[in-house]
Write a protein that binds this ligand. Structure first.
Ligand code: ADP
Length: 537
């Protein structure tokens, strides 16, 4: 697929200015051979040289036309014989004539075979050229010979850890990229970069990279030098009109230790997809916020109680303190106890208000390391009164230690609260009301399950539970589970509903990747997974 002219049709012989030259040489040579063969007093099989005429004609005539030229050469050979020897069959001369005819036949057969092979090759080149030009993926063909030479020198100095060295030396990476020579690019690459033509793209490889893509380039170069098959990653490049484009790149490296260091880099523009994903994420966050506020509305009574209870206690303790003060002499020890209790209750009320404010604030979702057990505890704290009102016994079976995930504390709290509220509501008519929350470690994930012993899940509802606006409750919105699913999935997790085995009620469980697994799956780490896929990591 290099930058050399391709023939229009797979079977077309050579074109251009060489054609008449070849034709003329062939005719002159044929005439010269004929004259020598007929009139020169030498007794060798000179007409063997007709083979050269056939080779000269091969690029000009295909198939039967070439066979026709060969027949002409054979005819001239026989004609020379007849002119010189008449119809006498002289042993040595006949033999020379036969050898020449055999040479003509063999050369013709070989030339025809070569033509057939060339036709297949041209067809295949033509096909690949069409794919190269018509694909929607931008393709760069790069010559890394200069890069390889430079990095071999660097390798000799730094030893095995080339990747770390490159990551620590952005100027070296930039130098390497300046040494990469673009051999060819396809039309999709020109379009993607809003360039005027191929030449503009070919001449400006280093200008395409944004500073933040240096890490990816460093890893690509290290993978190239390590002799891997390829490299993949997510990157950002700058188009010629200054726009930033989000791209996925896949580089294919040449087999190791080859003379030619040609690297093919496929670049897929995912800018529009990224924008859509961002818009979707924002809508999701807004919807989550709205339903959170709606949930808060549903919880007003119990929240008011959560704040009122400590406030009432504050008032009682303050009255008691006043009474102890009015005594003569004042009971200062009792006053101090009452004041301590006031501080404690004040803090409790403050904590409830803090949680509420956090729940109702509209902030960008974050991906911080958080302990999911703590999230459960906080949700439980907010719903304590609700549990009492519904006469629900809460059982916590949380895994020991921290269960760290990367996520948004408030959004995940919302998931747990929604599942707990649903569980409580499902048990309204149940004789025994036990709500259990379990947490556990899985291989690279954590799982939270909310188990109730309520009305259970009818078969017909199973597929609709997580769809928006599906509700069986009189005043239900049918958004709770759908929001839960979108929050969990935006965290890279899964949520599911199951009927409890051998007992009434339902279990809603969700898994989230552990913090470590979530970090490993970051887009700019695609390289790691790609390397693993190539089995060379
Ligand atoms: P809403 O609570 O407003 O109805 P949800 O999306 O939270 O919206 O729930 C949708 C429906 O799923 C509920 O109306 C109910 O029929 C069913 N559901 C949810 N949780 C449970 C549960 N724990 N047990 C039985 N049914 C449930």
């Amino acid at each position: 697929m290099s930058h050399r002219p391709f023939l229009d049709a797979p079977n077309a012989p050579s074109r251009g200015p060489v054609r008449p030259l070849f034709a003329l040489s062939a005719v002159v040579l044929a005439a010269a051979i004929f004259l020598f063969d007929t009139y020169a007093p030498i007794e060798i099989a000179i007409s063997v040289l007709y083979g050269i005429v056939i080779l000269l004609a091969a690029p000009l005539f295909a198939g039967s036309a070439l066979a026709f030229v060969a027949a002409g050469c054979a005819l001239l050979t026989v004609l020379s014989y007849v002119i010189v020897h008449g119809t006498d069959m002289l042993g040595a001369a006949v033999l020379r004539c036969m050898v020449s005819l055999a040479a003509i036949v063999i050369t013709t057969v070989l030339a025809l075979r070569m033509q057939a092979a060339m036709a297949v090759l041209r067809a295949s080149e033509h096909r690949y050229r069409r794919i190269f030009e018509s694909t929607a993926v931008g393709i760069w063909e790069e010559d890394y010979t200069g890069v390889a030479a430079l990095l071999r020198e660097v390798e000799q100095q730094v030893g095995d850890d080339l990747e770390a060295h490159l990551l620590a030396h952005p100027e070296l990476v930039a130098r390497c990229m300046r040494r990469a020579r673009t051999v060819d690019v396809n039309a999709a690459a020109v379009r993607m970069l809003q360039a005027t033509d191929k030449r503009q793209v070919i001449e400006s490889l280093p200008d395409l990279f944004l500073p933040e893509s240096f890490g990816l380039q460093a890893r690509l170069l290290a993978a190239f030098m390590a002799g891997r098959d390829g490299f993949e990653g997510a990157n950002a490049i700058r188009s010629f009109n200054g726009e930033r484009r989000s791209v996925l790149i896949a580089a294919t490296f040449p087999p190791h230790m080859r003379q030619e260091e040609h690297v093919f880099v496929s670049v897929l523009d995912v800018t529009e997809r990224s924008k859509t994903e961002q818009a979707l994420e924002q809508t999701r966050a807004e919807l989550a916020h709205v339903t959170r506020v709606a949930t808060m509305g549903e919880l007003t009574a119990s929240i008011a109680h959560e704040v009122n209870q400590p406030l009432a206690a504050v008032v009682t303790q303050a009255e008691a303190a006043l009474r102890w003060l009015r005594r003569t002499p004042p009971e200062l020890g009792e006053v101090s106890d009452a004041l301590n209790a006031i501080v404690l209750q004040g803090r409790r009320a403050g904590e409830v208000v803090r949680r509420l404010r956090a729940m109702s604030r509209d902030v960008e979702p974050s991906r911080m390391p958080i302990d999911i057990n703590e999230v459960v505890q906080e949700a439980v704290a907010l719903l304590r009164r609700e549990l009492t009102d519904h006469a629900v016994e809460l059982r916590l079976a949380l895994a020991a230690g921290k269960l760290e995930v990367a996520g948004d504390r408030i959004q995940l709290q919302q998931v747990v609260i929604n599942l707990m509220m649903n569980g409580m509501q499902a048990m309204d008519a149940a004789p025994a009301r036990v709500l259990e929350i379990r947490s556990r470690h899985l291989a690279e994930a954590v799982e939270i399950a909310v188990v109730d012993c309520g009305r259970g899940l009818p078969e017909a509802d199973m597929t609709r539970l997580f769809t928006a606006f599906f509700t069986t409750r009189e005043h239900g919105m049918g958004m709770g589970l759908s929001i839960c699913r979108s929050i969990v999935e935006s965290h890279g997790g899964r949520i599911r509903a199951e009927r409890n085995a051998g007992m009434p009620g339902a279990t809603f469980a969700f898994t989230l990747p552990t913090h470590a697994a979530a970090i490993a799956a970051r887009p700019d780490d695609v390289a790691g997974s790609a390397a693993a896929r190539h089995g060379t990591a």
